[in-house]
Design a protein around this ligand. Structure first.
Ligand SMILES: [Zn+2]
Length: 65
């Protein structure tokens, strides 16, 4: 028996999201909420945890060919 389920709230709609492998879009409840949040982020100042993506885009293309 293991009841250590972590539940977070979707930043977009506030729904409960279980933090596990099934929640592909965590902390969002769905892809839709994720996209909505990204859209808002362009307008508002909003923290978004995407450091990895920013680092990746800097220097991966040069060594490709
Ligand atoms: Zn949501």
């Amino acid at each position: 028996m293991n009841n250590d389920i972590i539940v977070v709230n979707c930043p977009t709609c506030g729904a409960d999201v279980e933090w596990n492998a099934q929640s592909k879009f965590r902390p969002f409840c769905s892809k839709r909420c994720q996209l909505i949040d990204l859209g808002e982020w362009a307008d508002e100042e909003k923290f978004i945890p995407s450091d990895a993506q920013i680092n990746d885009s800097e220097d991966w293309s040069e060594d490709q060919r």
